[in-house]
Design a binder for this molecule. Structure first.
Ligand code: 13P
Ligand code: SF4
Length: 330
């Protein structure tokens, strides 16, 4: 029975007795309920360690599309759980805390995009996966940072395109594909915080380090990077490159997997411009805790629900993205 106070909070804060060994209980519940835990690289390390699958946004969507589990627990943020529900309507999709939103997704309300589309009827819409289902339903093709280039290049060179919502990723794509897509003025509060000053300071402390950056960072930051890519691409670059020290300009949760794959290399997180914190964390991703994960598996709540017509419309641009990705070998 789901208590009203939990519904108000958006997660279950039932205290877990100390005697419960959370990780083994979570694994036991997964087995008992045929549930699969998916986690993004930005989540807490203990969440990544207990998950069945850890990946970037593209891999998480691909994995959801092919899972035969009855329950998907998405340890990430709301749009990721929604994407899973869009692709797997018959499965129960759980998100340990419904408050796990995304500032980038919030920067593009569906009503505003719908109005903008009406004002530009001859434009196609390409939207980043970091958007609500309602925005996806207004979109021609979805992209993630792993396949954005291939998706944009799948359109004729003179196609008129609105790219939403991340202006930094959009700027970067315009530069590498030689397009002039119209850009929505959205951004991620974590990646927008990275500053040239802090990176230059770190580079002078570690002169041999290579700089790896996520394309959600501002163009001045990307100009300093030796390599720009999605979380999965940054990871494999670090793994395969001969350099042994990297300055990592993205959410610091990724350092866990980097250190696991490359125990002898050094990874340095970049702090935000202000404050005393040594690294830059996404407060939404960090809402996923072992206690909430355990409780949501136990009570099979909170789950993500979608209106069926909206889901059908939002599914098409995701499927197009998955097709273009597969054709590009991604
Ligand atoms: P990836 O596509 O690299 O996973 O980036 C996702 C993201 O923005 C999560 O914040
Ligand atoms: Fe959204 Fe930024 Fe957090 Fe990614 S890091 S989930 S884009 S707020």
């Amino acid at each position: 029975m789901i208590k009203d106070e939990w519904r108000e909070r958006g997660f279950i804060d039932e205290p877990v007795p100390e005697s419960v060994e959370l990780k083994s209980e979570i694994r036991r519940l997964c087995k008992e309920k045929n549930a699969v835990i998916m986690a993004h690289y930005y989540t807490r390390s203990e969440i990544q360690d207990v998950a069945d699958f850890v990946g970037d946004s593209l891999a998480l969507a691909q994995q959801a599309a092919k899972t035969d589990a009855d329950i998907i627990v998405m340890c990430g943020v709301h749009f990721m759980a929604e994407t899973n529900k869009i692709l797997c309507p018959d499965k129960l999709v759980l998100l340990p805390d419904l408050n796990a939103g995304c500032s980038l997704a919030d920067s593009c309300p569906a009503e505003e995009l719908a109005k903008y589309k009406q004002e530009h009827p001859d434009y196609k819409v390409v939207a980043y996966v970091n958007t609500s289902a309602a925005v996806k339903a207004l979109t021609d093709v979805v992209v993630t940072s792993s396949n954005a280039r291939e998706v944009v290049e799948s359109f004729p060179a003179d196609e008129k395109i609105i790219f939403a919502p991340d202006k930094n990723l959009g700027n970067y794509l315009n530069a590498i594909t030689n397009r002039s897509m119209m850009l929505w003025n959205g951004g991620c509060h974590v990646h927008e915080e990275f500053s040239i000053e802090k990176i230059v300071e770190l580079k002078s402390a570690y002169p041999d380090a290579k700089i790896l950056a996520h394309p959600e960072c501002k163009s001045g930051v990307l100009a300093l990077a030796h390599y720009v890519g999605s979380t999965a691409a940054i990871l494999s670059y670090a793994q395969n490159d001969e350099c042994d020290t990297f300055i990592v300009v993205t959410e610091s949760g990724i350092l866990h997997e980097m250190q696991k794959r490359c125990p002898n290399k050094k990874f340095i997180p970049v702090p935000p411009l202000t404050g005393t914190c040594a690294c830059n964390e996404c407060n939404y991703m960090r809402l996923n805790t072992l206690e909430k994960l355990y409780n949501c598996l136990r009570f099979e709540w909170p789950n993500v629900e979608l209106d069926e017509q909206l889901r059908e419309r939002a599914k098409l641009p995701i499927e197009r993205m998955l097709e273009i990705s597969a054709a590009a070998g991604k």
